[in-house]
Design a protein around this ligand. Structure first.
Ligand SMILES: NC(=O)c1ccc[n+]([C@@H]2O[C@H](COP(=O)([O-])OP(=O)(O)OC[C@H]3O[C@@H](n4cnc5c(N)ncnc54)[C@H](OP(=O)(O)O)[C@@H]3O)[C@@H](O)[C@H]2O)c1
Length: 317
């Protein structure tokens, strides 16, 4: 099968299209013929080994996992002997977690992994735009136990995680303000934000508004500045936190009534099913910036790396 393979860390060009062996499903796995995947910030970090800590988990000198891509939408081509949830021909979408391997024509995934039937009313291209931002935003929003009518601010509302956070917070009945650049105002309004702040024209920390929850999806602003806009017993989610923000967040959580949530997310099949049902109820829309064929995976990475994408970049296989 065709796959985008990388054997050393570096620039987008390290991703090379190659012929590799087609995987065969184990007894508990399904073999999916991938129709669409996406280029996410996680893939870019692994390709570049940035931050350095990536090397500690994924290979010190060269990557141990040679095919990136953590989300997919496609058709079940065959199933292992013990598989009960899926059958040949099912259209499915999902997230491979740290297994990666979705920049390829085929992938084997355990039937009890983060996998669900694709919502019927959306295309594979759109379904592949859901899992990355969806499970990340869901993990934190659930942890924050968000309630109806709470005031929520999403910083980075136009990105993969932020655009999902806006929609999930709205689905819980929150009053949501999205922070984005001028070019993304219409997009952020279209996914349901009650109010939009253009960060190129207004500094939200200076406008006197206070929020019950601040979800900073892009590490755009310092924690100490954001705190000015957080209620005294409010929650701050820093989904893109580095080590220093994690320590700062821990200190704030210990020494005040405010809570700061950071860390690596986890997810499972129930989460993907939950996202599927939200899509079917019209509460979650895929946000797709642009699509590239697998042959142009390096161009897609170069674009993602600029940090200005609107939602998701899709790769058609
Ligand atoms: N904790 C976890 O387990 C976990 C899981 C997934 C992702 N993440 C992390 O989450 C981060 C975000 O990922 P993502 O995929 O959502 O990023 P992304 O899709 O690349 O989104 C970046 C978006 O932020 C906007 N932006 C840039 N500067 C901004 C600012 N100052 N204020 C508001 N918006 C701004 C950009 O548009 P403009 O430039 O036009 O403003 C762009 O739309 C990554 O660092 C990733 O590593 C963490």
């Amino acid at each position: 099968m065709k796959a985008a393979v990388y054997t050393h860390y570096g620039f987008p060009e390290v991703l090379q299209l190659k012929e590799v062996a087609k995987p065969a499903p184990k007894d508990n796995e399904v073999l999916v013929r991938i129709n669409a995947t996406a280029v996410n910030s996680g893939d870019v970090r692994l390709r570049k080994a940035d931050p350095f800590a990536v090397r500690l988990f994924f290979g010190l000198l060269k990557p141990k996992t040679n095919i990136l891509g953590s989300v997919f939408s496609g058709d079940v081509e065959s199933v292992g002997k013990q598989v009960k949830r899926f059958k040949v021909g099912d259209q499915v979408f999902g997230h491979t977690d740290m297994g990666f391997g979705a920049y390829a024509e085929y992938i084997c995934v355990p039937e009890d992994g983060s996998l669900a039937l694709k919502p019927v009313d959306i295309l594979h291209d759109e379904a592949a735009a859901i899992p990355f931002g969806g499970v990340t935003a869901l993990h934190f929003i659930r942890k924050a136990m968000i309630e109806a009518n709470q005031k929520v601010l999403v910083v980075g509302a136009s990105g993969a995680v932020g655009s999902a956070a806006v929609q999930l917070a709205k689905s819980y009945g929150a009053i949501v303000t999205g922070v984005c650049s001028t070019a993304n105002i219409d997009l952020v309004k279209s996914i349901g934000a009650d109010k939009v702040i253009d960060y190129t024209k207004e500094d939200f920390t200076q406008n006197g508004e206070v929020y019950d929850l601040i979800f900073d999806a892009v590490r755009a602003i310092s924690v100490s500045r954001s705190l000015k806009s957080l209620a005294k017993n409010g929650i701050m989610i820093l989904s893109a936190a580095g080590m220093s923000e994690m320590l700062q967040g821990l200190w704030i959580s210990i020494t005040s009534k405010r809570k700061v949530m950071t860390g690596v997310i986890s997810h499972n099949a129930a989460d993907i099913i939950f996202l599927k049902e939200l899509i079917e109820r019209g509460k979650l829309k895929p946000v797709v910036d642009r699509a590239y064929p697998l042959e142009q995976i390096a161009e897609a990475h170069a674009y993602a790396e600029k940090g200005h994408k609107k939602g998701n970049i899709i790769i058609n296989i």
